[in-house]
Design a protein around this ligand. Structure first.
Ligand code: HEM
Length: 236
């Protein structure tokens, strides 16, 4: 990555040093930064959304880079570099417009079906292979119970459970989700290592979010998922 070789030669080292030291103190951070990076691609300039976890790291890096090379390194690129060092190519400039309404409109929902996800990714210039391969990011990190509670407790409005979810896993999730604020690993038993295990759990009917499970509802997407699992494409 050479985008700042002339304009700010120490940029990548600064990002790397801060990211690594913060990750050493907080192993959950790479997942937060990776999710920020994804949201930044879908929503014009995620940075001003102060409610997102991990942004304090971007703030710290931005402050040091402004001291080193003022007005040179965009927040969008800091995010890309931090996501790479925490666990994605530079060349992105910050958008001048950032609208809260866009955040809701453009972001894929965890309850989305395949066609909706496919369309949203297509609107961002990404195809079915991109959708499947990027979804592997859910091999790390957590989701709050409130995000998928409907699947456990009230799937069709009759206090029922999503029958497509593995029954043993459903019982485990119900026990873990005594409060909607609790979190559970997106990739059970492997949520701290970046590997192909996410696809293993999908085929065991243990995908946590409807947006994960729905990848198997489309023949082409399911085929990609099957290949990624079989050949263990993402090695730990
Ligand atoms: C396909 C559509 C996607 C949907 C609907 C979706 C939705 C979600 C939701 C609802 C959560 C849980 C948030 C929470 O409860 O705090 C989550 C977590 C996460 N997502 Fe996605 N996501 C999608 C794709 C992606 C992509 C493409 C990436 C990165 C390339 C990504 C990276 C992550 C990460 C790393 C986490 C864990 C965050 C943490 O541990 O705090 N997601 N996602």
């Amino acid at each position: 990555m050479t985008f700042y070789r002339e304009s700010c030669p120490r940029a990548e080292a600064i990002v790397r040093n801060i990211t690594w030291s913060r990750v050493a103190a907080n192993p959950a951070l790479p997942a937060k930064i990776l999710r920020l990076q994804f949201r930044d691609c879908f929503v014009r300039d995620t940075i001003p959304n102060r409610s997102l976890e991990g942004l304090d790291v971007i703030d710290e890096i931005k402050a040091e880079l402004e001291a080193e090379c003022p007005l040179t390194v965009s927040c969008a690129n800091i995010l890309v570099l931090a996501a790479r060092d925490g666990g994605v190519l530079t060349g992105r400039r910050d958008e001048r417009v950032s609208l809260a309404s866009e955040a809701l409109d453009n972001l894929p929902s965890p309850a989305s079906d395949f066609n909706t996800l496919q369309q949203q990714f297509a609107d961002n210039g990404q195809g079915v292979p991109d959708l499947v391969v990027l979804s592997v990011a859910h091999t790390i990190g957590v989701a709050h119970c409130v995000v998928f509670a409907k699947r456990l407790f009230n799937f069709t409005g009759n206090n029922d459970t999503d029958a497509s979810l593995d029954p043993g896993y459903t019982a485990t999730l119900k026990a873990q989700c005594s409060s909607p604020r609790n979190t559970v690993g997106l990739d059970p038993n492997s949520s701290s290592s970046f590997d192909s295990h996410y696809f293993v759990v999908l085929f065991r009917n243990q995908g946590l979010l409807t947006s994960d499970v729905t990848l198997l509802m489309d023949k082409r997407a399911a085929n990609f998922a099957w290949i990624y699992r079989k050949f263990n494409v993402f090695l730990a």
